[in-house]
Ligand binder design. Structure first.
Ligand code: CO
Length: 214
């Protein structure tokens, strides 16, 4: 049986480093978690949420999948969102895509990879809905970047259309859903300015609750 000894050694070194900084760190963490942020990002190995946000263990609840999708019928996504908002007290949901996303690229090409093509069908739907915006760009790299950004905006809307977010807003909980893009080539985050923070901002067609302000 092979053991990944190197990783265990690195883990030991990490524990020791943490304890030097704060000897009670694991004791504190074992008491529970109350992160304010939920990160919905891509599985891509170059984008570790805690690290790029400068956050410590316990500060960000994380859900990652190929191409940072949030299909409104996916119980994995829905469970994370509901648990995060209703039990952990998440106040900010961050959907973060990234330039150079292999999932988005695959959804732009006419070739099969396997099961993942069915998962990436969600991005092909966005592409089909947004032909005007995409065809306006002649540079294939710009088109690729645009689809990465559009995918984030669509997933932000998917999060906001859930009964989970709508109930949180109806109950006057503080909750904002943000859409960001990470640039693997620079390390910087970009805010797409598509943040939604109230039921009023949810398209009427998707409201499952009456908005009392209207
Ligand atoms: Co990706």
């Amino acid at each position: 049986m092979k053991k990944l000894q190197k990783l265990f050694d690195q883990n030991k070194a990490w524990v020791e480093k943490k304890l030097v900084k704060d000897e009670k760190v694991f004791e504190t963490l074992s008491a529970g978690q109350s992160p304010k942020y939920l990160w919905i990002g891509c599985s891509d190995s170059r984008i570790p949420a805690n690290e790029i946000l400068g956050l410590e263990p316990g500060e960000v609840f994380v859900h990652r999948n190929v191409a940072n999708l949030f299909p409104h019928t996916d119980f994995n996504c829905l469970s994370v969102l509901e648990y995060g908002i209703n039990y952990l007290g998440i106040e900010h949901v961050i959907v973060c895509g990234h330039y150079g996303c292999g999932g988005v690229k695959a959804a732009m090409e006419s070739s099969q990879l396997g099961l993942v093509d069915n998962w990436l069908r969600h991005i092909r739907d966005i592409s089909a809905n947004e032909t005007k915006a995409l065809e306006a760009l002649s540079d294939p790299i710009e088109k690729y970047k645009k689809l990465v950004e559009l995918n984030v905006v669509y997933q932000v809307l998917n999060v906001c259309h859930t009964t989970i977010c709508q109930n949180a807003w109806a109950n006057n909980k503080s909750l904002s859903v943000h859409g960001w893009v990470y640039d693997v080539s620079t390390g910087f985050l970009k805010d797409l300015d598509c943040c939604i923070s109230s039921l009023e901002q949810v398209d009427k067609a998707y409201r499952t609750l009456e908005y009392k302000g209207q």
